[in-house]
Design a protein around this ligand. Structure first.
Ligand code: DGL
Length: 267
């Protein structure tokens, strides 16, 4: 079984892409809706919450888990791969959304000027910049934290004119910096991708982590047949959440594109 973890509903946009390209596997989605947002929390807390989620998903039988959350990928994945997995689950794997996104951005950018929009936590971790520069020391990276976007989307305000105004304010410095490629470095932002594309104008490539990570997962499984053989293939899908509010169905449908049945769990 493949586990997909996010701080909330946003990771459903990533899962959706996996289901398109790799429908044969069993998937277990976990959204930590009781503790979202992760984007404003410290490294220590994001790591602790993420480890708790991984423990839960491994106990359910996942062998491979994708951190669909950019904040968790930026702040916790390295420690998870280097310390947590070898100590607790040496035969299991955890992958993130950051590296696939970075690789795709570098492959697509001609001007070598890449913009990143993300949560405050992801931007302050500098992870995107570090990973981009590791692969191409010449690339120029322009980051913009967009702390208002997650709450606006969670409040269902994506069509509000105030959201357009706030988006323009966030994107203006990146336009002025003449980036040719823009990484949407947060699960939620793909919901606003048409507006972002319209504001950035022609000649910009938007990188959405869901599509990119799904393509890279296909490639990963091809290159790692030992892991691929461990994954169950009955086309099962289960959705777990740490909080179930009346708005849950509405938001889950927004991200997933269809209603889902979720089970309430405690980590
Ligand atoms: N899932 C988070 C991310 O991709 C956004 C929501 C949050 O702040 O937890 O960074």
């Amino acid at each position: 079984m493949i586990g997909v973890f996010d701080s909330g509903f946003g990771g459903l946009v990533v899962l959706r892409e996996f289901l398109q390209l790799l429908p044969q596997y069993d998937y277990l989605y976990l959204g930590d809706n009781a503790r979202i947002p992760y984007g404003t929390r410290s490294d220590r807390v994001v790591l602790r919450f993420t480890e708790q989620a991984l423990n839960y998903l491994f106990r359910q039988g996942c062998r491979l888990i994708i951190l669909a959350c950019h904040t968790a990928s930026a702040k916790a994945l390295r420690t998870i791969q280097q310390v947590y997995l070898p100590a607790h689950h040496p035969d299991n794997r955890v992958l993130g959304v950051l590296i696939p996104t970075v690789e795709e951005a570098l492959a697509r950018s001609r001007a070598r000027r890449i913009g990143v929009i993300a949560t405050e936590g992801t931007v302050s971790s500098q992870s995107f910049e570090l990973e981009l520069k590791k692969l191409d020391p010449e690339v120029e990276v322009f980051q913009q934290a967009c702390p208002l976007l997650v709450p606006l989307i969670e409040e269902g305000e994506q069509e509000w004119e105030g959201t357009d105004m706030i988006l323009r304010r966030y994107l203006e410095p990146l336009k002025a910096a003449r980036v040719d490629t823009l990484i949407l470095g947060c699960t939620h932002y793909s919901i606003l991708q048409d507006k972002i594309r319209a504001i950035m104008g022609d000649g910009h490539t938007l990188i959405c982590s869901g599509q990119v990570t799904a393509k890279k997962l296909v490639d990963y499984l091809r290159r790692h047949p030992d892991m691929e053989n461990l994954l169950s293939r009955r086309g099962g899908r289960r959705y777990l959440t740490t909080d179930l509010t009346p708005r849950f169905q509405q938001l889950a449908s927004l991200f997933m594109g269809q209603p889902i049945d979720s089970e309430l769990v405690e980590l």
